[in-house]
Design a protein around this ligand. Structure first.
Ligand SMILES: Cc1cc2nc3c(=O)[nH]c(=O)nc-3n(C[C@H](O)[C@H](O)[C@H](O)COP(=O)(O)OP(=O)(O)OC[C@H]3O[C@@H](n4cnc5c(N)ncnc54)[C@H](O)[C@@H]3O)c2cc1C
Length: 526
């Protein structure tokens, strides 16, 4: 009798396990179309009198999202209930990868080093680099607010003591820490400070799929999401405001609804420096409720993604930061010749590489390869972080021009002539490629370091349309109430080409602005 009962229980258990798997396989197949169908008929599941889960939901835990959260807490003296939602198991997004620096006008370091900078210089550098496609008001706000960003971070005990120059800047205005990569330092410090606050919840492994939106009132009141342990069950959270800080679409290579494929199909085979989470989901969900977009076809190729000689055709490239050229690296091609002003804007340097260097082409990837060369003095000025690239074998030491030329099959006499000509240009401050800032000479008779670099998708300048307070504008030109955006998810600040160091700045400036605008909106609701 007991034996039969055990057998029966065992059969029931077995049947449950089998049906669980059948159900999940079926649900998995159905999930995508069902979700898309569902997103088309957005429900508005609650009324004004219902209780909100949060005052502010921030989607994305990169520097833009974290700056917004930190600022919202500060201005409200901890009186707002805030939730940060992040799809990955770790916070930080692409912000963690930034290595070159953040631009600040009139920082104490500029003053200490007697750098003569001004609003006009910084504003014009940004507009010129953006080919004047960028929005004048957004650029002006970026530059004006930048000075205070120094305090915003240093009050949090961030080190921004090193000053450098990146391509396209008229003067040195890019700050970074002495020892730690800048993006990691800014993002992790802000995150750690936020973690200490009781009124901010952080939900990792949680993907926002849609916004709760009332078309009648043109207002956003929360988000739909799923968690990574149950991808097939969509839930929702109600919030008075939502800030999208979901980053760009520089890794959106999917066949289905790829923004890269839609706006810049010619780049689909280029490598990328962005992490695989960079798929433009925030833009897609905002577009679904009518958000306007700007400059979506403006995608920045960073000229120098490192080619790993041990994994040459991997489509993800570790960035060779602009600072490597900022401390004096030169670029040469397979003829052993320079072909550009190494400190020109990114789009210019990328185009010069594409025009003057050999193309390595496989079915999956298209990469134009140049050599990047720098000496020990440049390495020392860069600081300890550069050893990461040396350890990874991305920069390798060559004892002489002959040794280097032999490895890469170059004409060593020509390479020597190139070094000599560069040193002459340094002395005369006249360069055939128009270089005006010469960090240092390069001795043709000494050892040096070299690697291979290739233009890689790096930054998507376009995004959802915002005003100077980060409020999102719809295709009718109206503000979508309760919805804000900051960082790479938005467009308009950088136009045709982003200046190095302006993205981290944008995250902080517009992250803070969205927080203040959302706080004001919440106060008016009450
Ligand atoms: C290698 C590299 C080096 C760089 N160096 C510099 C530099 O030196 N200076 C500079 O100014 N800029 C630099 N940039 C650019 C800059 O780092 C980024 O543009 C900027 O940090 C973007 O910040 P963000 O907060 O907008 O987005 P991210 O930091 O990318 O964060 C977005 C987050 O949102 C999450 N997310 C997306 N969709 C969802 C969703 N639906 N639900 C939940 N979460 C979601 C993502 O997982 C991600 O964590 C660099 C970029 C790269 C890739």
């Amino acid at each position: 009798m007991i034996e039969n009962k055990i057998k029966f229980a065992f059969i029931i258990l077995l049947l449950s396990i089998i049906s669980y798997f059948i159900y999940n396989i079926k649900t998995k197949e159905d999930f995508i179309p069902k979700t898309i169908e569902k997103l088309k008929q957005i429900k508005f599941p609650f009324t004004e009198s219902d209780k909100y889960d949060y005052d502010i939901i921030i989607v994305g835990s990169g520097l833009a999202g974290l700056s917004a959260a930190y600022e919202a807490n500060n201005i409200s003296n901890g009186n707002l209930k805030i939730c940060i939602i992040e799809q990955e198991s770790k916070y930080g997004g692409n912000s963690m990868k930034a290595t070159s620096g953040i631009n600040i006008l009139n920082s104490p370091i500029q003053k200490k080093e007697n750098v003569k900078d001004s609003y006009d210089l910084f504003y014009n550098d940004t507009r010129i680099s953006g080919k004047y496609i960028n929005n004048a008001e957004l650029v002006s706000t970026l530059v004006n607010d930048s000075t205070d960003i120094f305090n915003f971070f240093t009050k949090q005990k961030v080190d921004l003591s090193k000053l450098g120059i990146l391509g396209g800047h008229s003067v040195k205005r890019t700050l970074r820490p002495e020892k730690i990569p800048v993006g990691f330092h800014l993002t992790s410090t802000t995150y750690n400070n936020i973690q200490k606050l009781n009124n901010i919840d952080i939900k990792l492994n949680t993907t926002v799929t849609n916004l709760i939106y009332s078309k009648n009132d043109n207002i956003v009141k929360g988000v739909y999401y799923y968690t990574s342990d149950n991808k097939y069950k969509e839930k929702f959270l109600k919030s008075k405001t939502v800030i999208l800080a979901t980053g760009g679409f520089g890794h959106d290579f999917s066949d289905e609804d790829s923004l890269l494929k839609k706006y810049v199909p010619k780049l689909m085979k280029f490598p990328t420096t962005n992490g695989p989470q960079t798929k433009g989901i925030g833009m897609k969900i905002a577009i679904k409720i009518g958000a306007a977009v700007v400059d979506m076809d403006e995608v920045q190729l960073h000229p120098t993604g490192f080619v790993d000689l041990d994994n040459r055709y991997d489509n993800h490239k570790i960035l060779a930061p602009e600072l490597i050229r900022g401390v004096g690296a030169i670029l040469i091609n397979q003829n052993g010749k320079r072909f550009c002003n190494e400190l020109g804007p990114r789009d210019y340097v990328s185009q010069r590489i594409i025009k003057n260097c050999n193309l390595a082409y496989t079915e999956k990837i298209k990469q134009y390869e140049a050599f990047i060369i720098l000496n020990q003095e440049a390495l020392d000025e860069y600081g300890g972080n550069i050893l990461f690239y040396v350890k990874k074998g991305l920069l390798r030491k060559y004892n002489s021009i002959e040794e280097f030329s032999k490895v890469f099959n170059l004409n060593s006499t020509q390479v020597k002539i190139t070094f000599d000509n560069y040193n002459k240009a340094f002395d005369k401050k006249i360069d055939e490629f128009g270089k005006t800032v010469f960090p240092r000479k390069i001795n043709p008779n000494d050892y040096f370091y070299a690697g291979i670099v290739t233009p890689s998708i790096h930054y998507t300048m376009g995004g959802i349309k915002m005003n100077k307070d980060g409020q999102i504008i719809n295709t009718d030109g109206n503000i979508i109430k309760g919805l804000y955006g900051a960082g790479e998810v938005t467009g308009g600040v950088h136009g045709g080409n982003r200046l190095g160091g302006n993205s981290l700045l944008e995250c902080a400036v517009y992250g803070r602005r969205t927080a203040r605008a959302a706080y004001q909106f919440i106060k008016n609701l009450n």
